[in-house]
Design a protein around this ligand. Structure first.
Ligand SMILES: [Zn+2]
Length: 406
């Protein structure tokens, strides 16, 4: 039997076990609000199920993959409950859903017992065999699990879970504020500009052609399936290029700076506007996630400042609130101190100052309400609006002296 077939069979069995377990848990909940213990669940949907005629084929695939799928279901439930109780931040996780043969993405996982890495670079999967792998990068350490995904463009991916040793870089004293935008991807407070690569926009012609091709094919035909894979492949390519680029940019920012500050953009809100495609193409949430992950790993800091900070209205030189400016205004002169500002660079500098202030406040540093934060090579002014406003909203719990408040 070919590896594709073996994989297809395992995807199927894993899905069935997952769905059977989900049914059992749902029923137990309806009957008496109880949770089926993990051992009983595994016995019922794997061990006992194999002995029945309807599920005898479960025996032909790796039991490790089947057990992993039960652990995944358990994790899905945990995320749901943690999200309900507010223990889990971010997007609300829904109740676990049934998996379908028609899902865009089929996945299965092996724990440490289900796979082995061969010295010739091949990946041995239990009951599937030695699979050829095109490695995107070397594994930094021994992986504890591998997830195999079949995406809708027909490609298989293997992703490994590896416990990385924290790889703290020598401490720096450089900090940077970043203003994210759509015209330019980002403007940094040190003046560096990151151009917007607009991968989706650039690939649009090709994507549209593939889409048109697809719409011409008869429903249910083999050619239609082929065209669909072609569309999916084109989309996957855009996503890959974008991801590569995001990795490069975030690695550089984290390596070069001890602290990186960003504005908390309402990505979901923006995605509902007519800018949706561009916002999606920019991958801001991924940008932020990668920065945060890399900061944790390399011993750096990422600070996110509040969404309502008027970063484009305040003069970064003297701190005066100069009033709102329409998006079309790219440059303006401060009415108080006469500094000529580039809109985005000024915003980036304000983000840096606000991020620093938040950070000092958080560690109970020497920031008192009403005292301006020293900006890079700028005279310090006391009692400017922006600091008074911020400290009013976000009181420093530790107090000005920095001692613990009991
Ligand atoms: Zn000014």
């Amino acid at each position: 039997m070919g590896q594709r077939q073996a994989l297809a069979r395992t995807f199927g069995c894993v899905r069935v076990v997952y769905n059977d377990a989900l049914t059992m848990r749902k029923q137990a909940w309806i009957v008496d609000r109880s949770k089926v213990p993990a051992g009983a669940l595994a016995k019922s949907v794997i061990t006992d199920a194999k002995k029945t005629e309807a599920r005898s084929w479960l025996g032909s695939v790796s039991v490790d993959a089947l057990q992993s799928s039960l652990r995944d279901l358990d994790a899905a439930y945990r995320n749901f409950f943690d999200s309900l109780s507010g223990k889990r931040a971010g997007h609300r996780s829904g109740l676990p859903r049934f998996k379908s043969r028609k899902d865009n993405r089929q996945s299965l996982r092996f724990s440490r017992n289900g796979f082995r890495l061969r010295s010739n670079g091949k990946l041995n999967l239990a009951k599937i065999g030695d699979v050829r792998v095109k490695w995107s990068r070397a594994l930094p350490a021994d992986p504890s699990s591998v997830t195999i995904v079949l995406d809708r463009s027909g490609r298989y991916h293997a992703s490994f879970v590896v416990d990385v040793e924290l790889d703290h870089l020598p401490e720096l004293d450089t900090e940077v504020g970043i203003d994210l935008g759509l015209t330019t991807y980002a403007v940094c407070s040190d003046g560096t500009v990151i151009d917007n690569p607009r991968f989706l926009r650039k690939a649009e012609k090709k994507l549209k052609a593939a889409q048109r091709e697809l719409s011409r094919k008869a429903k249910g035909s083999k050619n239609r399936a082929k065209a669909r894979r072609k569309v999916a492949k084109a989309h996957a390519k855009v996503a890959d290029t974008r991801m590569d680029w995001l990795h490069k940019q975030t690695t550089r920012l984290i390596r070069e700076n001890q602290s990186v500050y960003l504005e908390d953009l309402n990505v979901r809100g923006l995605a509902r506007t007519r800018l949706a495609k561009s916002v999606y193409d920019a991958g801001w949430s991924t940008f932020r996630r990668l920065l945060t992950e890399k900061a944790a790993r390399y011993g750096r800091h990422v600070g996110v400042i509040g969404r309502f900070e008027p970063t484009s209205q305040v003069c970064s030189a003297c701190g005066v609130l100069d009033g709102p400016k329409p998006l079309a205004v790219r440059e303006w002169t401060c009415t108080a101190c006469g500094t000529l500002h580039d809109r985005d660079l000024n915003a980036a500098r304000n983000i840096l100052a606000a991020g620093r202030a938040d950070r000092l406040n958080a560690c109970g540093g020497p920031v008192r309400p009403g005292v301006a934060i020293p900006r890079q090579a700028q005279p310090v002014e006391t009692g400017t609006h922006r600091n008074a406003g911020r400290t009013g909203r976000k009181p420093c719990a530790a107090g000005a002296a920095g001692g613990p408040v009991l």
